[in-house]
Design a protein around this ligand. Structure first.
Ligand SMILES: Cc1cc2nc3c(=O)[nH]c(=O)nc-3n(C[C@H](O)[C@H](O)[C@H](O)COP(=O)(O)O)c2cc1C
Ligand SMILES: Nc1ncnc2c1ncn2[C@@H]1O[C@H](COP(=O)(O)OP(=O)(O)O)[C@@H](O)[C@H]1O
Length: 304
């Protein structure tokens, strides 16, 4: 898979079929759309491409940082697995945000990116004030002679699978359903940093994980998790929250790794959430807290 950083003046070397969107999470509905892209591109003898904005479009539109399901790195890995040939990476700036929808289609996509076919979701919006939609794309596909595929909403349990609906599930602790919608387990990448050293004193050392990605924050509580360290996977009891029993500091992600006894400070880890076990609690004292942590760990062992 080729990753090409472009600006609005970039001219592509070759024709492609293209998919448009943020693709945060590359979830099961995205996969249906992207498989259609790869299939149709092949049938028509072109490569498949995606136009992706480097930062989420909502960051600029709503002037607040969009919480995410995947880092760009995770997203690109998933896209590669689907068989996408080219990623065109474009900075989502004011020029792109205020672009006339017809300029977006005719100049950027057709002229500069040499697009022969477009695949989008039913609710795709683009251009100035999001005024471009699938109706406009339909009209222009007839006039300008490009192929267009609009993918219908994909539902599960009566709910539309979307990046937004998955973020809501994660916020509500409905991690199993979120994972079903994603098609894989929600995973946060980070690095193990120093904590207060209380964990090992109490018999439960916990790897404190710091992430640079603006992930959606899961409901505070204890999770059954998998943690990948140096390519090896371990089971862990993980608390996500603010440790109210100890202090009321910022967000902490802390994993007690089962059957493990190594120094992993500074290591990159991937933490996958499997299930929500219980809410984070404010215990009267540290002994009560660690008695409960022992119960959590014992419970997770019964789930192995
Ligand atoms: C399985 C598990 C469950 C936890 N549950 C809670 C909790 O309910 N309330 C709380 O205040 N802290 C909870 N914690 C966080 C602990 O307070 C924290 O891990 C401990 O203070 C050690 O911190 P340290 O790694 O900075 O030494 C939990 C930690 C783990 C591993
Ligand atoms: N089973 C384990 N689970 C988590 N971390 C472990 C484990 N065994 C050893 N460690 C190491 O111990 C550290 C955590 O010990 P802890 O006393 O909780 O210190 P800190 O407060 O710095 O996190 C981890 O970062 C890791 O390097």
């Amino acid at each position: 898979m080729e990753i090409i950083t472009i600006d609005k003046n970039f001219v592509a070397k070759e024709n492609t079929f293209i998919a448009l969107g943020n693709f945060d999470g590359v979830h099961t509905a995205h996969k249906i759309l992207l498989k259609k892209l790869v299939e149709e591109a092949k049938l028509n003898g072109y490569k498949s491409s995606i136009l992706i904005f480097k930062s989420h479009t909502k960051n600029l539109i709503f002037k607040q940082e969009q919480r995410l399901l995947t880092s760009n790195e995770q997203k690109y890995k998933l896209l590669k697995e689907i068989g996408i040939d080219i990623i065109y990476e474009l900075e989502f700036n004011k020029i792109v945000m205020t672009m006339d929808p017809d300029d977006f289609i005719k100049k950027l996509l057709l002229k500069h990116l040499k697009v022969k076919g477009i695949v989008v979701g039913f609710d795709y919006r683009f251009g100035h004030k999001a005024s471009g939609n699938t109706e406009l794309l339909k009209q222009r596909s007839l006039e300008e002679n490009f192929k267009l595929f609009i993918i219908n909403p994909v539902e599960k349990n009566g709910k539309i699978i979307s990046s937004t609906s998955i973020r809501e599930l994660i916020k509500n602790g409905q991690i199993k359903l979120a994972n079903e919608f994603l098609g894989y387990n929600f995973t946060m990448n980070g690095v193990v940093i120093n904590g207060k050293n209380l964990g090992s004193k109490m018999g439960f050392p916990t790897a404190n994980i710091k992430t640079d990605v603006n992930y959606e924050i899961p409901k505070f509580g204890v999770y059954d998790t998998n943690i990948e360290i140096n390519g090896k996977s371990y089971r862990a009891a993980t608390n996500i929250g603010k440790n109210p029993t100890i202090e009321n500091s910022g967000l902490r992600i802390e994993a007690f790794i089962l059957d493990f006894n190594e120094d992993i400070y500074g290591k990159s880890v991937q933490l996958s959430l499997l299930d929500f076990i219980r809410e984070e609690e404010n215990f009267d004292n540290i002994d009560d807290l660690f008695a409960q942590i022992k119960l959590d760990v014992d419970y997770i062992k019964t789930r192995l």
